[in-house]
Design a protein around this ligand. Structure first.
Ligand SMILES: Cc1cc2nc3c(=O)[nH]c(=O)nc-3n(C[C@H](O)[C@H](O)[C@H](O)COP(=O)(O)OP(=O)(O)OC[C@H]3O[C@@H](n4cnc5c(N)ncnc54)[C@H](O)[C@@H]3O)c2cc1C
Length: 478
């Protein structure tokens, strides 16, 4: 029997329950209860990737270039048997099923709005084509599948900390066993499209991800709890793109964290890292329950007319995006993003806060820019982190918590090394003074922009906007 393993956000072979399920169904001669069909090949699994033109049109080039590299790595892992097809999955998948007389199509469940709609359309298309093959979902890209956890009252969690408690209590499966030799079907494939990377990409693929993780566990994990906030140090795992494409599953990481703790090597780093993976699941859970959180604020914090608009707002957005705000920590982050397709988490928070609370632009504008530029761009993590910073999310930082672009820089980049690395105009400014070039007087580099706004003033404006919204809501309620 031939089955299809349709890879999407799970571009790996190890710890892959859907692949095991495809293999098992192929070996068992179909899903339990199915009859063997005449003419079907035996015991083969098609490794399918469908390049959806919708994704291809809308995703930014760093993300696509990384995807192309990751697909090449997966193709190599399958001995060149990855079958890439370009087209609408609702057309391509039934076509492949028909060609090989496949009995089932195995996937890791899609949980974000686009993927859920796509899978429903594919399942409907299989039925409409009269195929008995069904889409079989096993596992998801998360440790605990979105929607699985609820409060005692059966409602979705609103707040992260109780969610994490329930997440830890619920636990997760051990990593799935290795698939062994998979009898991959030999089908013609379209070439994996070349995407010229606009940024220097990290190595892609399962092996690179596992190597990076092993190096991090041995050299970075013990200090992660303190180092993770230092953009001037290399203190995080840099695994977000690998997790985004499923080159490694969080289950694998969680098992290794537990092993590190058992041998006394995890320290507080293991606890903190686990917590970050819980944030990842929490944001996916939020999007599961609120698909419209992709574009809509989960709560309104200022009145609609408080947001900046028009040519002035466009110019402000442009200065932010180009890293020309005159606030070195913000500019360093935006330039790191432009050069590498990645930005340190601490700086993502500060740059996002600056856009929303200093420039008074809606979070959706910044989120769209990040989605376009980030190599790890992920609809749940990006949109919900933006909502967290903007104060509009489920368990969001309150709107009045406004990141100070200078204090944050002085605290997390105390010697200014991060700023000097990304803002060459400031390379000759020594130490932490680099965070406030306007205090340098005549020594201030002439080619670095003036501060485009005064943070103290804009903070007051943001707080007044939020107060006005609260007052308007109170009036409405009376
Ligand atoms: C405004 C904003 C936008 C963001 N957009 C994205 C995005 O599109 N894609 C994305 O993967 N992450 C996003 N993040 C979360 C976080 O910044 C990145 O996951 C992290 O910087 C990736 O680097 P790392 O792998 O070295 O992280 P590490 O510190 O090594 O963390 C390990 C893993 O934990 C997860 N994680 C860490 N922090 C968070 C967090 N705050 N929320 C959710 N998961 C987290 C990630 O999967 C990460 O790879 C965003 C954060 C902010 C504030």
């Amino acid at each position: 029997m031939t089955t299809v393993c349709w890879f999407r956000r799970d571009l790996r072979l190890t710890d892959h329950p859907a692949l095991l399920s495809a293999l098992e169904a192929a070996r068992a001669g179909g899903l339990p209860g199915e009859r063997l069909r005449a003419g079907a090949r035996t015991d083969e699994v098609v490794a399918l990737y469908v390049l959806d033109p919708t994704l291809w049109r809308t995703a930014g080039s760093p993300r696509l270039a990384y995807l192309a590299a990751s697909l090449r790595a997966l193709d190599a892992r399958t001995g060149g048997r990855l079958v890439v097809r370009l087209g609408d999955p609702a057309v391509v998948v039934p076509e492949v099923v028909r060609t090989v007389a496949a009995t089932s199509v195995h996937v890791s469940a899609a949980t974000e709005p686009f993927g859920r709609r796509r899978d429903a359309a594919v399942d409907a298309a299989l039925r409409a084509a009269g195929s008995s093959a069904r889409l079989v979902a096993t596992g998801s890209p998360y440790a605990v599948a979105p929607g699985r956890l609820t409060t005692r009252g059966g409602t979705p969690f609103q707040v992260f900390t109780p969610y994490r408690t329930a997440w830890l209590e619920h636990g997760w499966h051990s990593p799935a066993p290795a698939p062994g030799d998979v009898p991959w079907a030999d089908l013609s494939s379209e070439p994996i499209r070349d995407v010229a990377p606009t940024v220097a990409l990290p190595p892609a693929g399962e092996e690179a991800a596992l190597d990076r993780w092993a190096a991090f566990v041995s050299d970075g994990l013990a200090d992660y709890a303190t180092e993770r906030d230092r953009p001037d140090h290399d203190g995080t795992s840099a695994l977000s793109a690998a997790l985004r494409w499923g080159e490694v599953h969080p289950r694998t990481l969680l098992a290794d964290l537990a092993a590190a703790e058992r041998t006394g090597h995890g320290g507080p780093g293991a606890t903190t890292f686990r917590s970050q993976l819980a944030w990842r699941d929490f944001h996916a859970d939020t999007l599961w329950h609120h698909p419209d959180a992709r574009t809509r604020s989960l709560r309104d914090v200022v009145l609609d007319d408080a947001w900046a608009s028009g040519p002035g707002a466009d110019a402000a957005f442009d200065a932010w995006a180009r890293g020309r705000t005159g606030y070195p920590f913000v500019d360093a982050g935006m330039r790191q993003l432009a050069s590498t397709g990645w930005m340190h988490n601490r700086v993502r928070m500060v740059t996002a806060s600056f856009l929303v609370k200093d420039l008074h632009l809606p979070w959706q504008r910044g989120a769209a820019h990040f989605l376009d530029r980030l190599v790890d761009a992920d609809i749940a993590q990006n949109q919900l982190n933006w909502q967290w910073v903007a104060g509009t999310g489920r368990d969001a930082a309150p709107f009045f918590r406004i990141f100070h672009p200078v204090t944050q820089g002085r605290r997390f980049d105390p010697d200014g090394a991060y700023v000097r690395r990304w803002v060459p105009e400031l390379r000759d400014v020594p130490g932490g003074a680099v965070h406030e070039p306007w205090l340098l007087g005549l020594q201030a580099p002439a080619n670095y922009p003036e501060r485009m706004v005064d943070h103290a003033v804009e903070r007051t404006v943001a707080l007044a906007d939020a107060a006005a919204a609260r007052a308007a809501r109170a009036t409405e309620a009376t």
